[in-house]
Design a protein around this ligand. Structure first.
Ligand SMILES: [Zn+2]
Length: 233
């Protein structure tokens, strides 16, 4: 009897350890997935920053081309003023256009200088972000490697538990094992200690005769409420 209880308690302990190990694997896998998300987020943020810079550089280039175009217009107007035989009205129009184009160029050149300033700063920021991203990637990948190491440990502990369980169940009778298995489908703790006259599994008070039988050595005794197998410490 005492031997059977000892075997059942050992089996229960192995099964509980396996349940815990499986839970631990789930937690580690969740942590791992979260870290992988962080890597993707960091990479996306950097790509966005780079893309913003590229767009701004393009905008600046377009603005410079526009200045060149205005400059070309002015030269054309001036050439026409200098060489063509035109009416006084057209002359006035051309002079007005030249003044307004020159004003626009003046404004755009100021803007272009500000843009160049911003671009220089943004390029520095992107270069710094690139270094920061690389450091972050190293840090997060190291965290993933740590988790992978732990996962391997836990997985190999489960393999150990399986082989312990195999050895143990081979030494148990089929009847004992099948009784345990059917209870284990319902409970994580099919084997319950009698404590203060109650079943430690369901917490209900046990009858005197159940306790007496549990004290004795005539086979296994089940809780009259939940059917867990009882033992006395
Ligand atoms: Zn019970």
């Amino acid at each position: 009897m005492a031997n059977e209880i000892a075997q059942l308690l050992q089996l229960q302990s192995i099964d509980q350890q396996e349940t815990e190990a499986i839970e631990r694997i789930k937690r580690l896998e969740r942590d791992r997935a979260r870290i992988e998300e962080k890597i993707v987020e960091a990479e996306q943020a950097f790509a966005q920053q780079k893309d913003d810079l590229r767009k701004f550089e393009h905008e600046s280039l377009m603005s410079n081309l526009k200045v060149d175009e205005l400059d070309e217009n002015i030269r054309n107007y001036q050439h026409r003023l200098d060489t063509a035989i035109i009416s006084f009205k057209e002359m006035e129009d051309l002079r007005t256009k030249i003044i307004s184009e020159k004003n626009r160029i003046g404004q755009m050149e100021d803007e272009a200088l500000q843009m160049m300033d911003t671009i220089v700063k943004d390029r520095e920021a992107v270069a710094a972000a690139k270094i920061a991203l690389a450091e972050r990637q190293v840090e997060l990948k190291a965290a993933i490697a740590d988790i992978d190491g732990l996962l391997k440990q836990v997985e190999s502990s489960i393999v150990d538990l399986h082989s312990q369980r195999e050895t143990l169940t081979q030494s148990m009778s089929d009847f004992l094992l099948s009784q345990y298995q059917s209870l284990h489908r319902k409970f994580d703790d099919p084997i319950a200690v009698v404590s203060h006259m109650t079943c430690s599994g369901c917490k209900l008070k046990l009858s005197g005769s159940t306790i007496e039988r549990a004290r004795g050595s005539l086979g296994l005794v089940a809780c009259e409420h939940c059917s867990r197998i009882l033992y006395i410490e």
